[in-house]
Design a protein around this ligand. Structure first.
Ligand code: MEZ
Length: 533
C-alpha cells in the first residue's frame, strides 16, 4: 500500500487538470455489460408468483418477495385497532417526514410509525447534496435531460418531469424550514457538479447534507405535534373489502407486540435495500434498509418497476476495515480528487455516471489487476490531497469535514494521503410502480422516497435522491391531505396474505424465511437480544 501511495504522489502534478477521455456510448455499454453487478446473470432469478411474475430480480430480493408472511402464524384481530387515523405514514426518513408534514398541513390526523427512531434512515446518511435547477444558466428542462441520460432513458417521463419541475421549490421549502445550505457571503447558494450533470446544481450542507435536512424535518414533525411511534415496523398492509389500503399490522421491535393501525390513506416511505447486501456487497445504508415496503406492497398486489437495478456507489470505503463500505461522498470527486490505480494513473473521467464509474473500478481491480490489495479485497485510490492543491489549504476541513473526521478516527489524514475506495451498495433504483399522482396500483396506498420505482430509470444521478424524497414525500402528503375527507374505508382484512400463501404453495415455494426482513440477521445477538425479529 505504501509503495503504491508513492506512485500516486509521483504522478499527482502531471495529472492536475488532465482528465481521462470520456467513454463513447458503445464503450460504456460494453463496460457495464461486462463489469456492472446488475448484469451478472447468475445473481438474478425470475419471480414465480405475484404481479411481476416472470420478471428478473436479485436472488436475495426474490427470497423475500416470495417469502412467508410473518402474520400467518399469528392470531390477529384486525378490528381491534390501537390507532385509527386519517393518514398513516410508514417510515421516518426524509420522504415519510415530508409526507407527514404536508398531510398535517392539510388538517389530517397523521400517525408516523418508524422501525427504528425518527430520522434513522438513508436520508440521514446522505452526504453530497440535493440537485435543483435554480441558477440562471440552468433549467428544469436541462436537469431533465441530464437525469434521462443518466437513467439510460428508462425514467418514467411524468415522474421525472415532476422531480425536476418541483426541484427549485423543494430547495426553497427546505431553506425556509431552516436547512443551513452552503452559501456565499452574499447569501447565494453554492452549487457544484456531480457525475452526469451538465450544470452546477448540487446544493449541499458541507458533506452532511442529509443529516442537516433530516434534522430540520424531524424538528418540523415534532414542532407540529405529529404523533410518532418509534421502534415499530409495519409487517403487513391491511386492505378493505374493496381492495383499498386501510392500515397496517404493526410490530413493536422490542417486545414483539402486535398492534393494528387503521387509516383512510397509507403512505409507504420505507426506503431502500442496502442491508440486503446483494451479491455480498457492503453498503452505505442504515440498518433498517431491508426493502420492507416492496415486500408489503407486492404481497398486497402492487407492481414493482426496475426491481432488478441497484446503484453501487463508486466510492465506498475499501480501507480501513472498521468502516468498510461506508460512503465517501461523490463531492470528494466533485472537488477534484481523481480515481487513480495502483500505478498512479487516472483511469476514468470524473463526470461519468455512477454505474459506469463503478464498472470501471471493478474492471481496474478484477480484470486489469491494477487495484491495491486490501484485507477485504481490492481498492483504487481516491487522491484527496488534490483538493487542497486545487482549492487551497483548508478546503477539506471546510467543505468535507465529515470525511475528514471519519478517517481521522483511524489516524488517517485525507488532506495529506489518498484513500482506498471500491463500489458499495448504495441505492435501489427500482421500487414500487406509481402513477403520476404518487399512488401505487392499490387505491389509497401512496409511495414516496426510495421505495418508488421509475423516477430515476436504471441509474440515479447524485443528489436526485434527496430531491425525490422531498418532492414525492410532499406530494404523497398533499395527495393524502386532499383526499382523506372523502374516504370511508370498508371492512379491513388480510385476505391478500392468505391468497399469496396459496400462490406460494401452488408454485411449490416452501421457503420459511420470515418476510419482510426488518433488520439484517447480523444485528441479532450482538447486544441487541431484545430486538423481537
Ligand atoms: O445522491 C447521492 O447518492 C449522494 C449525493 C451521495 C454522495 O455521494 O454524497
Amino acid at each position: 500500500m505504501l509503495d503504491s501511495i508513492k506512485n500516486v504522489e509521483a504522478t499527482r502534478k502531471s495529472r492536475m487538470g488532465v482528465l481521462p477521455a470520456r467513454l463513447s456510448a458503445d464503450d460504456k455499454t460494453n463496460l457495464l455489460a461486462k463489469f456492472h453487478p446488475d448484469y451478472r446473470k447468475d445473481m438474478f432469478t425470475d419471480l414465480k408468483i405475484g404481479p411481476n411474475k416472470g420478471e428478473k430480480v436479485p436472488l436475495e430480493l426474490a427470497e423475500l418477495l416470495q417469502g412467508r408472511s410473518r402474520v400467518l402464524d399469528m392470531d390477529i384481530n384486525v378490528d381491534n385497532a390501537t390507532y385509527d387515523v386519517d393518514v398513516l405514514v410508514i417510515g421516518g426518513g426524509g420522504s415519510g417526514t415530508s409526507a407527514a408534514v404536508e398531510a398535517n398541513e392539510a388538517g389530517a390526523n397523521v400517525l408516523l410509525v418508524t422501525k427504528l427512531r425518527l430520522g434513522d434512515a438513508n436520508t440521514m446518511m446522505a452526504e453530497g447534496g440535493i440537485q435543483a435547477a435554480d441558477k440562471p444558466n440552468d433549467s428544469p428542462a436541462i436537469h431533465y435531460v441530464d437525469a434521462l441520460g443518466g437513467g439510460h432513458f428508462a425514467n418514467v417521463p411524468e415522474l421525472l418531469r415532476k422531480l425536476v419541475s418541483d426541484g427549485p421549490g423543494a430547495v426553497k421549502w427546505l431553506n425556509e424550514l431552516g436547512v443551513m445550505f452552503d452559501k456565499d457571503a452574499d447569501g447565494t447558494m453554492i452549487t457544484i457538479h456531480g457525475g452526469g450533470t451538465s450544470r452546477k446544481r448540487m446544493h449541499a450542507a458541507k458533506d452532511y447534507s442529509g443529516a442537516e435536512i433530516m434534522r430540520t424535518l424531524r424538528d418540523e414533525v415534532y414542532n407540529r405535534g405529529i404523533q410518532v411511534v418509534d421502534f415499530t415496523s409495519a409487517i403487513e398492509l391491511l386492505l378493505d373489502d374493496q381492495g383499498r389500503a386501510c392500515g397496517a399490522v404493526l410490530m413493536n421491535m422490542e417486545t414483539g407486540d402486535i398492534l393494528i393501525a387503521r387509516a383512510k390513506i397509507v403512505v409507504l416511505a420505507t426506503g431502500g435495500a442496502g442491508r440486503m447486501h446483494y451479491q455480498g456487497f457492503p453498503t452505505s445504508n442504515h440498518y433498517g434498509a431491508t426493502a420492507d415496503g416492496l415486500i408489503l406492497a407486492y404481497r398486497a398486489g402492487a407492481r414493482l418497476l426496475y426491481q432488478d437495478t441497484l446503484q453501487y456507489h463508486p466510492t465506498g470505503v475499501a480501507f480501513p476495515n472498521q468502516i468498510f463500505g461506508a460512503l465517501v461522498t461523490e463531492k470528494v470527486r466533485s472537488l477534484g480528487a481523481q480515481l487513480v490505480n495502483k500505478d498512479g494513473i487516472a483511469f476514468i473521467h470524473p463526470l461519468e455516471t455512477r454505474d459506469v464509474t463503478s464498472a470501471g473500478i471493478i474492471r481496474e481491480c478484477n480484470e486489469r489487476m491494477n487495484g491495491v490489495r486490501t484485507p477485504e479485497g481490492y481498492g483504487v485510490w481516491l487522491d484527496t490531497p488534490q483538493i487542497e492543491e486545487i482549492h487551497g489549504v483548508g478546503t477539506i476541513e471546510k467543505r468535507i469535514p465529515a470525511m475528514m473526521r471519519m478517517y481521522g478516527k483511524y489516524d488517517m489524514d485525507i488532506r495529506t494521503k489518498p484513500i482506498l475506495v471500491y463500489p458499495t451498495l448504495h441505492y435501489q433504483n427500482g421500487g414500487i410502480r406509481v402513477h403520476p399522482d404518487g399512488q401505487s396500483d392499490i387505491e389509497n396506498l401512496y409511495i414516496a422516497g426510495e421505495a418508488v420505482g421509475g423516477i430515476h430509470g436504471r441509474n440515479r444521478l447524485m443528489g436526485n435522491s434527496l430531491l425525490d424524497i422531498i418532492v414525492f414525500g410532499r406530494n404523497a402528503g398533499q395527495q393524502a391531505g386532499g383526499k382523506y375527507k372523502s374516504v370511508t374505508p370498508g371492512k379491513a382484512n388480510l385476505d391478500h396474505v392468505k391468497k399469496f400463501e396459496t400462490e406460494r404453495n401452488g408454485a411449490g415455494i416452501t421457503t420459511a424465511t420470515p418476510s419482510p426482513m426488518l433488520l439484517p440477521t447480523y444485528t441479532h445477538g450482538r447486544g441487541d437480544e431484545d430486538v423481537a425479529v
